[in-house]
Ligand binder design. Structure first.
Ligand code: A3P
Length: 345
């Protein structure tokens, strides 16, 4: 009898004990959940959601065929709906510099399965008329992409246009900004060559580079000449730095992108938090073109248009030296600000 009562008592104690432990566990779990639902720190709740570190590349690789069709404008409305394709605002912009290799950079980044390029220069932020059309107009100019991909656009005029930094900041203050630069005098000559070709196409005559780059009355560098002004990289960058911290910029070496593109592209992949996917297979040197061309897969490859890689006119060596001396102090400042040094004279 006594034995039975003791057993009953033990059973009751066990049930009560279990209930107590259960309640404690429930309370602990509940408090944890509340913590997560209502962040104690109000600032935390204002932070943007973290950017995905890893992009599910296998899915993207699988759908790359469709993406290729999209790029050629062949995807149907049904496919767009079925695959959840969206038009996304750019997460990175190549803001310049004109003739630095902006097209080559964009096309090469587009080799990455997580990147989709906006094919045309959109000129949203530098053109008042376009800007007045609003952000939805801009989004509508973006290519269709999978939600995990990032869109990149390039409009080199952004770098030198006064209003652009503030406008881009208003759209996305944490956007990543790419600037591709070349040795400033070479870039200025390249700029001149492009304008010269345009004039010749219209059967118009044009001044020699020397006449434009040097002020004949003072024999000094003509800082009013746009091709010269654009090559003073630090002056333009300083305007951008009023809005964005230097960490949000990545400087690409445009001269190295010509001779050895892969290491430059790998640095950009890292800057954009993308896994390294562009390989030597994707880039092959085309001796006829004299440039690297792009290989997407076994059947699809392409070189840049003939307007990229023009032959420059010969420039008087004394003018070249004068320009190099002129750019030198600005270059030093540019290295200092960006933390990237070049072997420019
Ligand atoms: P040049 O025509 O002076 O040689 P952007 O696209 O910004 O206008 O820059 C044009 C420059 O890109 C060209 O200048 C060319 O040198 C350079 N470039 C870099 N990589 C290239 C490539 N793979 N194919 C063609 N041009 C390339």
């Amino acid at each position: 009898m006594l034995f039975k009562q003791q057993a009953l008592l033990r059973q009751k104690l066990f049930v009560l004990g279990s209930l107590a432990i259960g309640s404690v566990l429930y309370l602990v779990a509940r408090v944890g959940t509340l913590d997560r639902l209502q962040p104690i720190c109000p600032i935390e709740s204002r932070l943007p959601p973290p950017e995905p570190e890893q992009i599910p590349l296998r899915t993207l690789q699988f759908k790359r065929g469709l993406l290729h069709e999209l790029r050629k404008g062949n995807a149907t409305k049904e496919q767009i709906r079925l695959h959840n394709l969206v038009q996304q605002l750019p997460r990175a912009i190549i803001i310049g510099v004109r003739k630095g290799g902006t097209r080559a950079l964009l096309e090469m980044l587009n080799l990455h399965p997580a990147v989709v390029k906006a094919s045309q220069e959109i000129h949203f932020f530098d053109n008042d008329q376009n800007y007045a059309r609003g952000i939805d107009w801009y989004r509508g100019k973006m290519p269709f992409s999978f939600p995990h991909q990032i869109t990149i656009e390039k409009s080199p005029a952004y770098f030198i246009t006064e209003e652009v930094p503030e406008r881009i900041f208003k759209m996305n203050s944490s956007i990543k900004l790419l600037i591709i630069v070349r040795e400033p005098t070479t870039r200025a000559v390249s700029d001149y060559t492009q304008v010269l070709e345009g004039k010749e196409r219209k059967n118009k005559t044009y001044h020699k580079f020397e006449k434009l780059a040097i002020d004949t009355s003072t024999c000094e560098v003509n800082t009013k000449y746009k091709a010269v002004r654009t090559s003073i990289y630090t002056k333009h960058l300083e305007r951008w730095l009023k809005y964005f911290p230097v960490e949000q910029f990545h400087i690409v070496d445009g001269d190295r992108l010509i001779t050895d593109p892969l290491p430059e592209l790998q640095l950009v992949e890292r800057f954009l938090n993308l896994p390294s996917r562009i390989s030597q297979y994707n880039l092959y040197f085309n001796a006829t073109r004299g440039f690297y061309c792009l290989r997407f897969n076994i059947v699809f490859n392409k070189c840049l248009a003939g307007s990229k890689g023009r032959i420059h006119p010969e420039v008087d060596p004394s003018v070249v030296t004068k320009l190099q001396k002129f750019f030198h102090p600005f270059n030093q400042k540019f290295y200092q600000i960006t933390g990237r040094t070049f072997n420019w004279p």
